[in-house]
Design a protein around this ligand. Structure first.
Ligand code: ATP
Ligand code: MG
Length: 413
């Protein structure tokens, strides 16, 4: 992609926001704030989010089938589960009177989808032969958060992967639930957060007396406090940490990137979803839900991977692998060479952001490359002759080498 096509308008100096991710993602034109807690993902930001979501998708496909549920649902589904009182629930009403008359309570703009999936499951999977099964989606969720803050960490509109699993017994749920933990760990490894993400015991809310399990990434900007009981090898969210731990050890700040809940029969009972077993007996269906905040994950990555010049994206989620800088200084031969190198890198299967602006100074181009944080910078200038200059974003030293060597280096050969 050429720089001009990527909607890039970086701001030098400029406004500092309440968190590193809000500042760097807006300075780098990855996202644009439409209102508090509501962002547009500009082309650069959308590429990063898509890479994160594709990693999630790839791993989730091993344990569930992808589908897409609607944004709106009728209020009566939420009356069925007694959840119309959720404080962050948003409702939508039509702008014309006719629609208001028809639908005085408005529609629910879904903050989560248990109320949508459970009736579908009941209708399409009624027998013991249908169990177990699991479905997931990656989609925008809406929560009327009182205080949206910290850029992508707490939005009113945000992206989530949510999976729902259904089982004939608690034992079967438990074994699937354990498997989901290792799939989650693989996802966070792959994304680059593996080393700093732990599973913490947390409240099961009003769903279950059991704990739920949160995937918490160590992060100063996070809103949670986690206690590590080293003797037991267990992490606790502050809300459920045993009192004696509170006194003994210092908690660390973390951000909840995922949460899995054994829901038991709370939702299936509300929707009267039972299955008939082999002997014709009605049995309860056991259910669990599994979330990952994909847009929050993007914010957390920036909180963890940056320096004083900008973002340092992990390879797997970088918007582009190479940031190609052309410095022709009015020499058309250099522009032509840079163009050829752009084509050759793409031909070698490498994602390239090509800064071919004719009127930007070298210092400005380098500052942008650092701010945007692609893993490799390639420079073509009079100085590089037949070769190119190659530099890792995270390192100071560059080398001047042939294009072939550079391609091998980038491919990790
Ligand atoms: P929190 O405690 O941070 O409010 P939650 O426990 O209400 O989150 P869940 O219902 O468990 O959130 O949602 C699943 C995942 O969605 C969370 O683990 C988190 O990563 C993400 N998420 C939840 N709320 C938001 C939000 N307002 N903005 C961005 N991501 C969110
Ligand atoms: Mg949660």
């Amino acid at each position: 992609m050429r720089y001009q096509e990527a909607f890039i308008k970086t701001s030098k100096g400029g406004k500092e926001f309440d968190s590193v991710n809000a500042t760097l993602l807006q300075k780098g034109s990855f996202i644009h704030q439409t209102m508090a807690g509501v962002y547009t993902f500009l082309p650069l930001g959308w590429r990063v989010l898509t890479k994160i979501e594709n990693i999630v998708r790839e791993e989730m496909n091993a344990i569930g089938s992808e589908l897409l549920m609607p944004t709106l649902s009728p209020r009566k589904l939420w009356e069925t589960t007694n959840r119309t009182g959720i404080d962050v629930l948003l409702q939508a009403v039509g702008a014309n009177d006719a629609s208001l008359k028809k639908n005085p309570g408005g529609y629910i703009v879904n903050p989560t989808h248990e109320e949508v999936i459970t009736p579908i499951a009941r209708q399409t999977k009624p027998s013991y032969r249908d169990l177990p099964f699991a479905v997931y989606q990656i989609q925008t969720k809406f929560r009327n958060e009182e205080r949206p803050k910290s850029g992508l960490l707490r939005g009113r509109e945000f992206r989530m992967k949510d999976l729902y699993s259904f089982h004939a017994s608690k034992e079967d749920l438990d074994s699937y639930y354990e498997k989901s933990k290792s799939v989650y760990q693989a996802i966070f490894e792959h994304i680059g957060l593996g080393n700093d993400t732990v599973i913490a015991l947390a409240s099961g809310g009003d769903f279950t007396k059991d704990f739920s399990h949160e995937f918490q990434t160590k992060c100063e900007a996070g809103e949670d406090l986690i206690y590590h009981d080293e003797a037991q090898g267990v992490y606790y969210n502050k809300e459920v940490a045993p009192a004696e731990l509170q006194k003994k050890i210092e908690p660390f700040a973390a951000c909840e990137v995922g949460n899995i809940f054994p829901l038991g029969t709370k939702f299936t009972e509300a929707f009267d979803y039972t299955y008939t077993d082999e002997s014709g007996q009605k049995q309860p269906v056991f259910m669990a839900c599994y979330g990952i905040g994909t847009s929050r994950v993007m914010g957390v990555i920036v909180e963890k991977f940056h320096d004083d010049r900008g973002i340092t994206w992990p390879d797997a989620v970088a918007p582009f692998t190479v940031h190609l800088v052309s410095l022709p200084k009015g020499n058309p031969a250099i522009s032509k060479q840079a163009e050829e190198i752009y084509q050759a890198l793409m031909g070698a299967g490498i994602d390239v952001l090509f800064d071919d602006r004719p009127d930007a100074a070298p210092g400005e181009k380098f500052a942008d490359a650092d701010l945007l944080g692609c893993p490799w910078r390639v420079v073509v200038s009079e100085k590089t002759g037949e070769n190119i200059e190659l530099k890792r974003r995270s390192e100071k030293e560059f080398e001047i080498i042939t294009l072939d060597k550079a391609v091998n280096r980038i491919h990790g050969a």
